[in-house]
Design a protein around this ligand. Sequence first.
Ligand SMILES: *Cc1c(COP(=O)(O)O)cnc(C)c1O
Length: 404
Amino acid sequence: MTKTKPYNIETELVINKSSDQYNASVPPLYQLATFKQESLSNMGEYDYTRSGNPTRTHLQNHMAKIMKAHQTFAVTSGMGCLDVILRLLQPGDEVIAGDDLYGGTHRLLTYLNNKGDLKVHHHDTTNTELIKLKITPAIKMIFLESPTNPLIKVCDVKAITDHAHAVNPDCIVVFDNTMMTPILMTPLDLGVDIQYESATKYLNGHHDIMAGIIGTRDPKLAERVYFVINSTGCGLSPFDSWLLSRGLRTLAVRVERQQKNCVKIAEFLQNAGFKVRYAGLPSHPQYKLHQSQCKGAGAVLSFETGSIKMSEKIVESTDIFGIAVSFGCVNSLISMPCKMSHASIDSKTREEREFPEDLIRLCIGIENIDDLIYDLTRALLKSGAVKVNEKDELYNAVAVQPKL
Ligand SMILES: *Cc1c(COP(=O)(O)O)cnc(C)c1O
């Protein structure tokens, strides 16, 4: 017991190592924009909150441990992270992006592509051999997500990253880890150069702030990222940094509970006869690959009913599941991506990517699992999607049009 070993993430999340003058047990909130200088020549550690604020610094140092990064940066949203990262590129640079990325990511990349600022190539990142062929020395950045949502596509992060660095050591591989969180995945261990997450989702977990975190192990990249953040002024506000620090403390218990509920719901829907997409089911085409790079499959799944009308009815019939975009909050949500989060992708592109228009996405919270199954069963019955053999029996629904 003489060697000091690093703590596990569950412990790191709740430990507060503060150098506060009063030994505050949680990070104090420095809700201010300017700091007085000692003298004309002595600037002090902080001068202006756009450049730095102790509450934000505390959050960033804490996140660096949790993401296993050299340095992290807190900005005003997940999209803000992507904007900062994209500003590292030169005009006309070529980049590769997945073909099932988050809708907002797709929108920003398409905007820059259409303006001629960047040349964006979208490819199916689940096809590792195809991606390897497409990575040429001209590719300056690669954007990956795994699993994607709502199609729950998994890509081989290490194989793609290693190949990209072999072709061009300066190619920056960027990974969006919003879906898995540091609890289930450490993309920096797989070699990616920059990892970012929308902290609006699981990291904060309470849907009361918007935030994003960028992490890297490369001090030079960190310097460039900081330069953009300080120049554009998108650093996270002190109050939101403070709230995010609070939300983070329960990240491990929330994700564990949400995932446990999600596994049960995935099995329930699959047993009923629906086509379910969830990387935690052995029926998922990349189940093994996902397991090899993550510690779990998270708490977002999607399923098809075979009818848009039926799906609409289901979404509008739940009581506990709120109709909302986003995920990662403590309460469960239901949505139809084609009409909501992914409506910014035009219907032709959706069709090309075999995006089912009847797809329902479930984002599972920490509620009692029997209540969630009860609520879903009631909505499925009301829409005519299932019948139940014995009335009021839980876990007993049978799809009217099985799609397995
Ligand atoms: C929500 C989300 C984002 C964008 O984050 P915001 O905080 O909403 O700006 C990016 N990527 C993924 C996977 C997301 O789910």
